[in-house]
Design a protein around this ligand. Sequence first.
Ligand SMILES: [Mg+2]
Length: 272
Amino acid sequence: MNQNNCLAKAELPFSAILLDMDGVLFHGMNPIDGAIDFMHSIKHIPHAFVTNNPIRLPKSMADKMAEIGFRRPDEELIITSGEATAAWLAQQKPGFRFFAIGAGGLHQSLQKYGYEDKDNADYVVVGEGEGLDYAALTTGINLILKQGAQLICTNPDTSVDAFYRGKRAILPGAGALVAPFITATGKQPVIIGKPRPLLYEIALQQLQVQADICLMIGDRPDTDILGAQQLGIQTALVRTGRFAPGEKLPDNMAAPDWDVENLLQLKNLLGL
Ligand SMILES: [Mg+2]
């Protein structure tokens, strides 16, 4: 690090960074242009990753980042909605029993603290990934309506830009997958992921920093930016995921502190 970098960093209005992952750092297995360089330039600034994606465990996310060219991040600094859901449920009811619908990583996160039990579950947990079918819906709604299980949703995203069977595709998010349970039971779920505060709070705790000295970088105004704003975290929207450069943002929300095309532009603006 040269002295110019030190001087620039001393003038930054934040001293820690939170980053979303999909649409900010990569699309599937493809790093977004400039993202690897950006991560290199902030390696001396405390940072953590907050992702609504519950499909992979933090270890698997860290492995993936290393595989596609990033420096391998510390697993403990990757906060996924699956991990946050599991930790929150363990706080509510230690040794909880659950019935989960979603990808393998979600089941693995929940198994760290709780027990799969589709006959006597305390919680019906809906996350992203395959697994929702007629039988799973039937099991879930009976647990909720007949046995008083609580409906939990890892994240509210209605859709996800991702890869499916080798092709870029729009996939149903947990917010869409939980909808039939809401319709069938009339119950509203507890939602864990962004824009709710839990993921940010865990990340701030891990970094041991206060919200107002943090910058959140994300591609979704409705989750990444809104959630951070509600906690007093500074925000930067990159237009490499949900929104393209120049595309109009929803009217009903406050503007991010920085609205940039990509991480390269942010790096230049901040003098990193
Ligand atoms: Mg994203």
